[in-house]
Design a protein around this ligand. Structure first.
Ligand SMILES: Nc1ncnc2c1ncn2[C@@H]1O[C@H](COP(=O)(O)OP(=O)(O)OP(=O)(O)O)[C@@H](O)[C@H]1O
Ligand SMILES: [Mg+2]
Length: 510
């Protein structure tokens, strides 16, 4: 295809079809990426984005369709090195080996050898340091990869890809686990790398990021290409419409009626202290939704996880309806009435070998049937109800969760935490990885949990999640530094998250 500009696209995929048994993951996948641009790939959960990436990176052969790099046919699938020299993908899950150092990961499988033929550790270290410096990645090459922060790990993966010759980098939801400041840093790096000729394909459910860092956007819907346009020509409502396939009403997001001041306290926390947080006092009433905000290092996740039985604090107490919560024991916390959407759905969330239905109803088995024997029909009904309530895109309750797209798997975790009718619901980044439309239904579920008297604690980096809360507590270096009742302005919350203390009486300011 020759155009007026006469430039051949860096990457061109057309007519891509990919099926998994009865599931059509891609029916008509198309993508044209021009050298030097940052190109966004968006679509609802299960639209086929990650599937297209797996075809573009040579991890899977499409059932039909073609991929071209610079107008040329791609290497054979088996030639991994040739693929790596063309394209790399940084996933949410690390692809670096945690047990190795940064330097070892950078040169995995191609370590510099000395004259003796053995690996030269000194050269390895020096070359790694040089590579990191070339790409301005400020990470110690001798550091253990397992200890890296997510943002540093991503940069190491990008540096590794660049050193293998790739100038096309796919980022599949890179911001889902980063706090605001880390996201800004990632974007700064992306812009700098773009300046030096690197091309990005960027996948995100945070549409404002698409506008911030990309020049072109491609929308997939129901396994098909819908449109490709300059971001400047596709305003947010049009973009959401293209993703959803229908006109979308303005997002409400307004908080429901506030919880009554005399509602009885469900969660009563005093002086809770651990390595990650200090002297936390916290009360959550029946039907109250409390948000917990802070940077990645603030201790907010550890605090929330403590109530779900994942940690044992050094001192202090937490009571649910007057009964001390069991610390450090997840099944006990569950039995005590705590439901949790954990941080890492892969490790803590789902049993990947099991079906959607089994996963969604797992924790409630003993509630649905006596002596743990659940009639299959009851389980099925319950699972089908959850699938439709949370708008999970799947073949049915019997499909294994390992087949699900990232966002749909997330909804199964949410379904499960709700299925147990908890008295305290702990949600950790509940909408991370979930598309804009499903986000609304997840948040609406939060509202109904509130109506039946559940106390809800939501940890989130997203202001839209927090806006729904009756109040938002901000943690900074493990201490509660602010409490914002519903109706706060973005800049106020962000200021306290960043540790910029507003002077007293500042709230009267314009
Ligand atoms: N290994 C697999 N086996 C069966 N079905 C699969 C498999 N991988 C993906 N699918 C299905 O293909 C469809 C597209 O999935 P894909 O992961 O590409 O979606 P996505 O656009 O990346 O969604 P998300 O935003 O949730 O990550 C989904 O319906 C998913 O369930
Ligand atoms: Mg995906």
């Amino acid at each position: 295809m020759t155009e007026a500009t006469g430039t051949v696209p860096l990457v061109e995929a057309s007519g891509i079809v990919k099926r998994y048994g009865p599931t059509v993951a891609l029916q008509d996948g198309r993508l044209t990426v021009r050298a030097g641009e940052s190109h966004a790939l968006v679509g609802r959960n299960g639209a086929g984005k990650s599937t297209l990436v797996s075809v573009l990176t040579g991890l899977q052969a499409p059932d039909a369709g073609t991929v071209r790099f610079d107008g040329e046919a791609p290497p054979p699938l088996a030639d991994r090195d040739a693929w790596r020299a063309k394209v790399a993908c940084v996933y949410q899950k690390p692809t670096v080996v945690p047990g190795l150092t940064v330097a070892e990961n950078l040169f995995l499988g191609r370590q510099p050898t000395g004259r003796s033929g053995f690996i030269s550790w000194r050269r390895l270290h020096a070359e790694a340091a040089q590579l990191l410096e070339t790409w301005d990645v400020r990470v110690d090459p001798g550091a253990a990869t397992a200890d890296l922060k997510v943002e540093d790990r991503q940069m190491v993966e990008i540096a590794r890809a660049l050193s293998l010759g790739s100038r096309f980098i796919v980022l599949d939801e890179p911001t889902a686990q980063l706090d605001n400041r880390e996201i800004e840093r990632l974007f700064d790096r992306m812009r700098a790398l773009q300046e030096s000729g690197v091309t990005f394909l960027f996948i995100s459910h945070h549409l404002q990021e698409v506008y911030e860092v990309c020049q072109t956007v491609t929308v997939l819907r129901d396994a098909r290409w819908i449109t490709t346009a300059p971001v400047a020509e596709l305003p947010r409502t049009a973009l959401i419409e293209a993703m959803a396939g229908e006109a979308v009403t303005a997002q409400g997001g307004a908080p429901r009626g506030r919880v009554a001041d005399d509602a009885p306290v469900r969660l009563h926390v005093r002086g809770l202290t651990s390595q990650a947080y200090t002297s936390v006092d916290l009360d959550i009433r029946r039907g109250e939704v409390v948000g917990l905000a802070g940077s990645s290092a603030s201790g907010k996740i550890e605090l929330a996880e403590t109530f779900a039985g994942l940690h044992t604090p050094h001192s202090g107490s937490a009571e649910l309806d007057g009964t001390p919560l069991p610390f450090g024991d997840v099944p006990k916390a569950l039995r005590a009435g705590v439901g949790c959407v954990p941080r890492d759905r892969h490790d803590q969330g789902l049993v990947s070998g099991m079906s959607i239905g089994d996963n969604a109803t797992m924790s409630v088995l003993d509630r649905l049937g006596r002596f743990g024997l659940v009639p299959a029909a009851v389980k099925r009904d319950r699972a089908e109800e959850l699938i439709s309530r949370l708008d999970i895109r799947a073949e049915g309750p019997d499909q294994p969760v390992s087949d699900l797209s990232g966002g749909n798997a997330q909804k199964v975790v949410m379904a499960r935490s709700l299925a147990s009718d908890p008295r305290l619901l702990v949600l950790i980044n509940p909408t991370a990885g979930v598309d804009v439309k499903s986000k609304e239904s997840l948040l609406a579920r939060m509202d109904t949990a509130r109506e039946d008297g559940t106390a809800v604690l939501v940890v989130s980096d997203e202001l839209d999640d927090l806006r729904r809360c009756d109040r938002v507590l901000v943690l900074f270096h493990g201490k509660v530094v602010a409490s914002h009742p519903a109706g706060w302005h973005d800049h106020e919350l962000i200021a306290s998250i960043e540790g910029v203390q507003d002077a007293e009486g500042d709230e009267s300011r314009g």
